[in-house]
Write a protein that binds this ligand. Structure first.
Ligand SMILES: Cc1cc2nc3c(=O)[nH]c(=O)nc-3n(C[C@H](O)[C@H](O)[C@H](O)COP(=O)(O)O)c2cc1C
Length: 318
């Protein structure tokens, strides 16, 4: 077992593993050196059916990278980041080195404080509308990381995108391999990964936005009437763009958490090439959709489990 003596690295790792990941698969490994962390994509944890290209796994790793950065900054050190530091090792997504001492800004402290409070909230939100300032803060959060955030109601796109989500959800519900993989992560991984029953959401009465059905619960609830749904986009779609998209995704989620908001994901149309293409066309055809969120004011919930730090670190290969 690798044990780090550095409290800053330990705090950074604790934050990193709180990142969201598809089916709570946690597809990351952290290779430790004295003052550096290498973030490696754990290819064995890519969801074969849902995410065959590993795009969502790279988003998850990008989110873990963002958590590393804010935790290091909040602990009073500069985080020097290099993406894809070794050309011949594509699974090595990023190298994070502890730089000089640094006085954390209040924004960095707030983002770091939001890390343990964020969770995917699949339950109905209140009817409270998201005010312009919070909308602008989330759009800016995406832009700061080189991404875009399209708030669908501002473009008259909620209905067509919701229709696409329902269609993709239906296709996935008919797909026995997809369902088997989902059940596997929903149940047998009931320990320190996968999605436990308590984190699953109820079915939506009326069904505007179908919640991915992790739990066996038959509960049906009325969801908020005017959901705020947003699509995160990037100008390009290579592996590194997907890591950057993950950073942007996490900055949006932490910004939302910081102002008391909740979020959940609707990735169904992203996981089928044809519906992802349709979503891209609906958004104008230029940028690439990376993930779809519902944002709003939810009720408190309980964070989902994570594997221990010891299970996700190893000594850096030399
Ligand atoms: C790229 C990506 C796609 C996701 N897609 C969905 C989804 O379609 N439906 C859903 O309910 N959760 C989705 N999730 C949320 C994960 O299931 C969740 O992050 C994981 O179970 C850990 O829980 P937490 O977010 O509460 O920490 C997605 C997460 C990521 C990173």
């Amino acid at each position: 077992m690798v044990v780090t003596q550095s409290p800053v690295i330990m705090a950074a790792l604790e934050a990193a593993v709180r990142a969201p990941s598809p089916h709570n698969s946690q597809p990351w490994i952290f290779e430790l050196a004295a003052d550096a962390i290498d973030l490696v994509l754990d290819e064995d944890r890519i969801l074969e059916i849902c995410d065959p290209d590993g795009r969502e796994a790279r988003l998850a790793c990008g989110a873990a990278l963002f958590n590393l950065e804010v935790a290091i900054a909040a602990a009073g050190r500069v985080a020097d980041i290099e993406l894809a530091p070794e050309r011949d090792r594509p699974s090595l997504l990023a190298r994070v080195e502890l730089g000089p001492r640094h006085r954390p800004s209040s924004a960095e402290r707030r983002l770091a404080a939001a890390v343990p409070r964020r969770f995917s909230n699949r339950r109905p939100f209140t009817e409270q509308a998201v005010p312009p300032a919070a909308r602008a803060a989330m759009v800016q959060a995406a832009q700061e990381e080189g991404a875009g955030l399209v708030l669908l109601d501002e473009h008259g796109l909620l209905e067509p995108v919701a229709g696409l989500i329902r269609r993709a959800d239906h296709i996935q519900n008919q797909d026995t391999a997809f369902q088997a993989e989902l059940r596997d992560w929903a149940k047998s991984h009931g320990g320190d990964d996968g999605v436990p029953d308590f984190a699953g959401g109820p079915r939506s009465a009326g069904g505007l936005l179908p919640v991915r059905h992790f739990s066996g619960s038959k509960e049906i609830r009325i969801f908020e009437q005017d959901p705020l749904v947003a699509v995160l986009t990037t100008p390009s779609d290579g592996s590194l763009s997907q890591v950057r998209a993950g950073r942007a995704m996490q900055r949006v989620l932490l910004t939302a958490t910081d102002v008391g908001m909740s979020a959940s994901f609707y990735s169904q149309p992203m996981e089928i090439p044809s519906t992802r293409g349709e979503l891209r066309a609906l958004l104008g055809g230029a940028d690439h959709p990376q993930t779809v969120f519902r944002l709003g004011y939810g009720y408190p919930g309980v964070p989902t489990p994570r594997r221990s730090i010891a299970a996700v670190v190893r000594e850096k290969r030399v």
